[in-house]
Ligand binder design. Sequence first.
Ligand SMILES: Nc1nc2c(ncn2[C@@H]2O[C@H](COP(=O)(O)OP(=O)(O)OP(=O)(O)O)[C@@H](O)[C@H]2O)c(=O)[nH]1
Length: 399
Amino acid sequence: MLSFFRRKKPQTPADAAKPGSAQEHYSVEELAAAFPNTDEGETVAEPVTEPAPPASAMEPVPAEIIAAALEVEPTATVAAAEPVETTPAAPAPAGKPGWRERLRGSGFARSFSGLFSRHPRLDDDLLDEIETALITADVGVTATSQLIEDLRRRMKAREFADANALLAALRGDLLAMLAPVAQPLQIDTQAKPFVLLTVGVNGVGKTTTIGKLAKRFKDENRPLMLAAGDTFRAAAVAQLQAWGDRNGVPVVAQGQNADAASVAFDALQAAKARGTQVLIADTAGRLHTQQGLMAELGKIKRVLQKLDASAPHEVLMVIDGTTGQNALSQLRQFHAAVGVTGLVVTKLDGTAKGGVVFALAREFGIPIRYAGIGERPEDLRVFDAEAFVDALLPENLGA
Ligand SMILES: Nc1nc2c(ncn2[C@@H]2O[C@H](COP(=O)(O)OP(=O)(O)OP(=O)(O)O)[C@@H](O)[C@H]2O)c(=O)[nH]1
């Protein structure tokens, strides 16, 4: 049954440019993360109980596709979040624990592990080692130079009694870089609905992130609707519809190759008619270098604004943390095309170096809303600068 989720042949130049995308399979973990089950063991799709959005907006994915999508191993369920009546989105239920374990394998953490025990003396060699570690971890040349120059100046001024004090100063500098962008997403309940448009290049984790966010908002008792705007990839539509059917969240879709702007328009119309609090719109992955596809994002935004001049209220760009410095040019192009207001950096648990988060923060100052530190729903964490920095740096100098 899972053969349906074989990624289809490249439909766009963006797909073609993505190495290995044509024959990639969805893993059980990927599907399970995208459709967090609340009823363990049940694998057959329930009939949709929600009243359907306008008929013109709906072209349901066949039941067998939805059933196929649901034949996955259930993963650990999210600890139930407290229902939130207040405006700010609640922090991740699991809190800070888990960051260090998940980021242990990152290039950043590995570069710093043992660095201070190899270079316990306060001298230029230690600074050179730190500089190399930061550059290797994708922090970027400019941000690294800024950090190293600050440490050098303070070392020369004899501010540090020992390497421990220098490590504490580095921690402080890294935190200072991230503090301005650690701004949780605020759901404006006056916006009816609050429209969240997700964008990003192929395979960064948009659809999976939407599944995790939808779970979070559902747990917060927020009336929710999804727009299946990734019309290039059939599995993306099925993923969202299956999740919506399981969890009683309406999903507006028009099927594959539909006009993404038209899906977004229909969804916003339906969400307004129902008094939905949050509408999350998916979009197809696209390379930031493809002018035509980038222009389509502007069109989606303009079409939404025909119904609500203030929409979308959040343009959430999903960035793959393993991308490295290329993430900077991605963000530059997406920001120019559609005005990015928030970031999700995913896959920080994998082979990511982690340092790109600092480079993004320094260059753009755009809020980082969430960090993806694993495949489970609870692994999409509200971005916590302190937890992140502490997970990257050694616990003690000998570590
Ligand atoms: N390890 C890890 N994997 C993640 C994370 N977020 C997403 N993924 C995985 O990334 C892969 C791609 O996710 P998708 O949601 O399909 O990506 P997409 O951006 O919607 O893809 P396109 O529609 O092709 O643009 C899946 O295998 C996800 O499980 C994360 O934080 N950590």
